[in-house]
Design a protein around this ligand. Structure first.
Ligand code: NDP
Length: 451
């Protein structure tokens, strides 16, 4: 049995339905870092994997709130404080009906390695609730956020744990959460990132993840000797924060993003996505993407019910570069095969773990450049850390300064990942490069800090 198999065996009891995505993420990391574990026994001697895979603590709490018809509603809230070897716990909050402990453990575990890759002093965490903001009034969202933070504030702080947004948590929710934190603690401090600019947010935080994904792809294509994105057709999935800003940056650099999708359907517009219309539909009005074709009648809309088995309408389009930016496991093996058949040269993950393990393997085997989420979407958390720095020093950085720092961070992450892969004999494998580089830094800190 290899070291990786021995390590995975230790966690087989945790492979239940609720933990499926967590187990998937953990298995990928352990197989990936096998060359490091084989070459340096100190990581197994110090039981680093056992210590890293079990979160420092999982906080679970009840959230009760009154809806608009004065009915009592009950949800579950969580904060998984995973690892703080490199800095305060840091990671987003997700509000979505699919949220459970397993999903947050998967996201928190990935976050440790992602935050490590940024080179910034931040640990890993994730949190959220099974609350669904969809269809709720602004007032209901506010009341939920108030109830959620009334519990969560006991466990967070600017030097302890600094949450941010994720699916279902944007600047509106962060604003309500921050307002409650302030009220219950009487402290005006940088305890959350992703705040609106006029009360402590960083310029470019909303754009950072999506822009960063494109910056990462530019570096990866350059390192791999491929043609740049300029003038190339791109396929993007999702229509939220990450997807919208990836599309915006692609348009800015002269690429042609032709798709976007939400949970109900996919838009294809061969002339390029109309970014202002997309922002109006999804950010301003929180409406369905179907409205896009009411304005652009020559574009097409494919409702989710029409997707072929195991496939996804976005990935059936011809493209040079693909950007899955919606949710986990949205790009399957069938989708990967479609992309390969259509000549796709690179896939960069904007969402967390959007590609299934089978899809990733197939893409890599077929020579498609593959930028894994924990490296490629780290721009968001990097700018969150810039927001923490600005809050701590009571300063404000210009948009251009943040943009330059973001580009620099993404290029450094990409180069480091590529070099690590080469050093460990897996040149061109950015999944292994990211896992080894991210893991090594956290593991070395854990050893240096003792038990
Ligand atoms: P948002 O809530 O802003 O947007 C998510 C988008 O994905 C929505 O448009 C949603 O549709 C769509 N979507 C959800 N499920 C599906 C599905 N099954 N098929 C197609 N579309 C779907 O979230 P974010 O953009 O913030 O996050 C997207 C991903 O990026 C997540 O994996 C998140 O963890 C990751 N990420 C986010 C960061 C950030 O800074 N925000 C940082 C790093 C990673 P609908 O509008 O119908 O709900």
């Amino acid at each position: 049995m290899t070291i990786a198999e021995q390590e995975i065996k230790k966690f087989e009891n945790s492979n239940c339905a609720e933990n499926a995505v967590f187990y998937q993420a953990m298995e990928e990391v352990i197989y990936s870092i096998a060359p490091l574990l084989e070459s340096d026994k100190k990581y197994t001697e110090h039981a680093i994997l056992e210590r890293l895979i079990v979160p420092d603590r999982v906080i679970k709490f009840k959230v009760t709130w009154l809806d608009d018809s004065n009915k009592i509603q009950v949800n579950t809230g969580y904060r998984v404080q995973y690892n703080n070897a490199l800095g305060p716990y840091k990671g987003g909050l997700r509000f979505h009906p699919t949220v459970n402990e397993g999903v947050l453990k998967f996201l928190g575990f990935e976050q440790i390695l992602k935050n490590s890759l940024t080179g910034l002093p931040i640990g890993g965490a994730k949190g959220g609730s099974d609350f669904d903001p969809k269809g709720k009034s602004d007032f209901e969202v506010m009341k939920f956020c108030t109830a959620f933070m009334t519990e969560l504030h006991k466990y967070i702080g600017p030097r302890m744990d600094v949450p941010a947004g994720d699916i279902g948590v944007g600047s509106r929710e962060i604003g309500y959460l921050f307002g409650t934190y302030k009220k219950v603690t009487s402290k005006y401090e940088g305890v959350l990132t992703g705040k609106p600019f006029f009360f402590g947010g960083s310029l470019m935080r909303p754009e950072a993840t999506g822009y960063g994904v494109v910056y990462f792809t530019q570096s990866m294509l350059e390192i791999e000797g491929k043609e740049s994105l300029e003038g190339k057709v791109c396929a993007v999935s999702g229509a939220g924060n990450v997807a919208i800003h990836a599309i915006e940056k692609l348009l800015q650099i002269g690429a042609l993003p032709v798709t976007c999708s939400d949970s109900k359907g996919t838009i294809y517009d061969s002339r390029g996505i109309d970014i202002e219309l997309l922002k109006d539909i999804k950010l301003n009005r929180r409406a369905s993407l179907r409205e896009y074709i009411e304005v652009h009648t020559e574009a097409s809309y494919t409702p989710v019910e029409e997707y072929p088995e195991g496939g996804h309408a976005v990935w059936e389009r011809e493209c040079y570069a693909a950007f899955p930016c919606a949710t986990q496991n949205e790009l399957t093996e069938t989708d990967a095969q479609n992309l390969i058949n259509n000549g796709c040269v690179s896939v960069t993950e904007g969402a967390n773990m959007p590609s299934t393990p089978q899809a990733t393997e197939l893409l890599q085997k077929n020579g498609v450049c593959f930028g894994p989420a924990k490296a490629a979407n780290a721009g968001g958390v990097a700018v969150s850390e810039f927001e923490m720095s600005q809050n701590a020093s009571m300063s404000r950085w210009a948009f251009e300064k943040v943009d330059v720092k973001l580009q620099d961070t993404m290029q450094k992450i990409c180069k480091r990942v590529a070099l690590t892969a080469k050093d460990y004999g897996v040149e061109g494998n950015y999944v292994d490069g990211a896992n080894i580089a991210g893991f090594k830094k956290v593991a070395d800190a854990m050893i240096a800090e003792g038990l």
